[in-house]
Design a protein around this ligand. Structure first.
Ligand code: ATP
Length: 233
């Protein structure tokens, strides 16, 4: 469970997150939506310890993590796929996955066969250089690399940016399947409404560095006025 209490953070003198409080239960899939510049990426980076919290608490599975370095936060079970997909373009798919396994020295890594079962394209193209992949395939590889460390919660920052609609839907369905099969919790920053409807169970709407509203996905299907208010779609 991720429990954020009165979290504030920013860059230098500029505060971006203001007193954020929210809670994500184990296995829950939550989307974080809002216009550009509202602080969504900053929130994910602060959870991961890449930006230090100025005040407030982040409790993950019962332990405070807001003062921990990123590698310990990752080891505690938080996986992170940043915007822009951090993969090694010159290495093959298999090498990318092996490197990710090596990065987790606790021994608790997912076997590659499981990854290949979830994402057959990675098995079919395991010897192909990652840089030759399409944007969608690179995103799948980035997600697979994050899953190798068996996180209990995965943070995804706009995975569908610049990806073909057919692959967006495929990635959404597959993430939902993995979340149901393994109990993985997901916090996804996403502007793509189709992806959010496919994957998420609830949505947080962010504006001016604060979570202004939360809504169940079923309610959002009935009434999309919140999308108009917070995204202007
Ligand atoms: N490295 C940085 N240094 C200073 N200010 C930053 C930095 N990164 C982001 N900001 C500012 O912080 C605010 C929030 O940015 P953030 O990237 O978190 O927003 P976002 O909601 O994720 O938007 P986007 O969808 O555009 O990524 C913006 O005003 C942005 O200009």
């Amino acid at each position: 469970m991720l429990d954020i209490h009165k979290l504030s953070a920013g860059y230098g003198e500029a505060m971006v997150l203001h007193d954020i409080s929210c809670r994500i239960d184990p296995g829950q899939v939550t989307a974080l939506m809002g216009r550009n510049g509202m602080g969504k990426t900053t929130l994910l980076k602060t959870i991961m310890g890449l930006i230090k919290a100025r005040s407030g608490q982040i409790i993950f599975n019962g332990a405070p993590i807001e003062k921990q370095p990123t590698h310990l936060i990752s080891r505690a079970g938080l996986g992170y796929v940043p915007q822009g997909r951090e993969i090694f373009s010159d290495f093959t798919v298999a090498e990318n996955l092996h490197l990710s396994q090596l990065g987790h020295n606790t021994g608790a890594v997912l076997p590659l066969e499981k990854i290949y079962d979830w994402f057959p394209i990675l098995k079919e193209r395991s010897e192909q250089r990652a840089g030759t992949f399409s944007g969608g395939q690179q995103q799948i590889l980035a997600i697979a690399r994050a899953l190798i460390g068996k996180p209990s919660m995965l943070l995804l920052d706009e995975p569908t940016e610049g990806i073909q609609p057919s692959i967006v839907h495929e990635i959404g369905l597959q993430l939902r399947r993995i979340a149901r099969e393994t109990g993985l919790g997901i916090l996804i920053v996403e502007q793509n409404v189709d992806m959010v409807r496919t994957l998420a169970e609830e949505v947080f709407f962010m504006e001016n560095g604060a979570i202004q509203e939360r809504c169940d996905i079923a309610a959002l299907r009935q009434d999309d006025s919140l999308l108009h208010r917070y995204l202007s779609v």
